[in-house]
Design a protein around this ligand. Structure first.
Ligand SMILES: [Zn+2]
Length: 217
């Protein structure tokens, strides 16, 4: 395998889940500023809200909203109304940008620019969510594959241990069979083949039956 260059490392980072999360995180700061500005603008027009608190309220609302939209966007694929959630997120982002940039104000060039910017940011929002889901699914499959491989390795190790144990048992059994054979040979009369309870009994028999005959003959 060829050595990895620093360009491979850079490319690896830009196509990683970390890059998507980081990019999306930075984008969320922009989104937070948008929502904060819009709410701050609107809250200052509400009479019963203390005006020195509007910035605080707007900041908290922006955190809640940005976080909620992010969670919905990256989990939209699990919903039955997946397409509806994706379109809603896109439209929300689009309207937010149009309001933030006040895209209807200015000459034709300014309006065109603000609209293009608004659509681009709204699309980027959607693509970030899509990229995140794709990358995360890919990574999860990789993690699950590695876990399965580890499980298989564990099973193989267990089987190898069992095989080793079985071989040891077999060797022990062979030894025991060998001992029993010796024992059988010890208690069997070598001349007539009769078997006895003990070596002593066999010896006595041999002495009584065969040795005397040998002496006698
Ligand atoms: Zn005998």
């Amino acid at each position: 395998m060829k050595n990895k260059t620093k360009f491979d490392s850079i490319a690896g980072f830009y196509t990683s889940l970390a890059a998507i999360i980081l990019g999306n995180g930075i984008f969320m700061i922009y989104r937070w500023f948008e929502v904060f500005t819009l709410f701050d603008r609107q809250l200052s027009t509400v009479d019963h809200i203390q005006q020195d608190l509007t910035k605080g309220f707007a900041g908290v609302i922006a955190i809640i909203l940005v976080n909620a939209v992010l969670i919905v966007a990256v989990n939209a694929h699990t919903l039955k109304a997946k397409r509806a959630a994706e379109i809603s997120a896109f439209l929300f982002s689009l309207f937010l940008n149009i309001l933030f940039w006040q895209a209807w104000q200015g000459d034709l060039q300014a309006i065109a620019f603000k609209l293009v910017i608004s659509v681009t940011f709204a699309l980027l929002d959607g693509f970030f969510a899509y990229l995140f889901i794709e990358k995360w699914t890919e990574r999860r499959a990789l993690i699950e594959g590695e876990e399965e491989l580890q499980d298989t390795r564990k099973i193989l190790t267990e089987l190898a241990t069992k095989k080793h144990k079985a071989q040891q048992d077999l060797e022990q059994l062979k030894d025991e069979i060998g001992d029993m054979r010796l024992l059988v040979q010890d208690t069997t009369c070598m001349d007539c083949g009769r078997e006895f309870q003990s070596t002593e009994a066999r010896n006595k028999h041999w002495h009584d039956e065969h040795a005397r005959q040998m002496i006698g003959s």
